[in-house]
Design a protein around this ligand. Structure first.
Ligand code: HEC
Length: 270
């Protein structure tokens, strides 16, 4: 394995082991930046290391995202990127040394982050046949990094040995992921979370897209139209855009079907 493939492997490792904020590394040798293009998410860091003998600079004059740092042999420089764009930079001492940092858009960052979450944090395989993959990845980001659906809808939420509340590296329990069975009763309300995985016809929780969106917007379960869902944070989720609710539904269509555990969990987030 040559140095570049080792480096790329390392880069892949950084991408899959870090979640929201990752670090991409660029090696400076005499006389090139490697790799010449790094593509990162908004909020990620790029770290340059001068592994050559001669001094070099990493310099960009891009409007709003300019930087200029001289690096002697062995020196390191890190910079966080917060704005979408394509930033060409060079070495001031050796202007033929040029390279590029590409920062994904907000939407692409969310899609990419949702994709990275699987299988690192959500150890499942998505069935993307006949689905919009990017929409499902966005749904993964919303479900797993924002909305906390698994805290209430997975029993137990975390895999044995992977419970973040015990200081362990976080991983959801794949066996009954989003299959319900968490008892969230309290304050005079009795409620056990529902199975959100696809039914025999592929519909998440047995709901059509229209019924699903209506439920998250109004708290009304089509099976029990007279009552409002207790505990479920539908008053919060109902404020999401149509696009985000579509994304959640597409993701839930793609997750594996699972059965609700016979013995319910006593509380969320176990
Ligand atoms: C605080 C706990 C909690 C969270 C977080 C939560 N839910 Fe729920 N959810 C419940 C409970 C409890 C029920 C069942 C209520 C009942 O039937 O009485 C439920 C029911 C549902 C139902 C109705 C299913 C059916 O067949 O009737 C859907 C759909 C649903 N949740 C989707 C979601 C999604 C999607 C998320 C994340 C975006 C989420 N829930 C997050 C507690 C929660």
């Amino acid at each position: 394995m040559n140095a570049i493939s080792k480096f790329l492997l390392l880069l892949c490792f950084f991408y899959t082991s870090q979640l929201v904020a990752a670090t991409a590394t660029v090696s400076i040798t005499d006389f090139q930046f490697t790799p010449t293009i790094v593509t990162i998410n908004i909020g990620d860091t790029v770290k340059w290391t001068n592994n050559g003998g001669a001094p070099h600079t990493t310099t960009s004059t891009a409007a709003g995202e300019a930087w200029d740092k001289t690096l002697f042999s062995g020196n390191v420089f890190s910079r966080v990127f917060t704005k979408e764009g394509s930033y060409t930079y060079r070495c001031n001492f050796h202007p033929s040394m040029t390279a590029k940092v590409v920062v994904r858009s907000v939407e692409q960052t969310r899609i990419n982050t949702g994709k990275i979450l699987i299988p690192t944090v959500v150890p499942i395989t998505l069935n993307l046949v006949g689905k919009n993959a990017n929409l499902a990845y966005l749904g993964s980001y919303i479900v797993n990094a924002q909305a906390g659906c698994a805290n209430c809808h997975s029993c137990p939420t975390y895999k044995l040995g992977n419970n973040p509340y015990l200081g362990q590296p976080k991983k959801f329990n794949p066996a009954s992921y989003l299959a319900g069975g968490v008892n969230v009763s309290g304050g005079g309300v009795t409620a056990v979370s529902a199975n959100l995985t696809p039914d025999a016809t592929g519909k998440p929780a047995g709901l059509t897209l229209l019924a699903f969106k209506n439920l998250l917007r109004t708290g009304k379960d089509p099976d029990v139209p007279a009552a409002l869902l207790p505990v479920m944070p539908w008053p919060i989720y109902g404020a999401m855009s149509d696009h985000d609710l579509d994304a959640i539904y597409e993701y839930l269509r793609a997750i594996p079907k699972a059965t609700t555990p016979a013995v319910h969990c006593a509380q969320p987030g176990q």
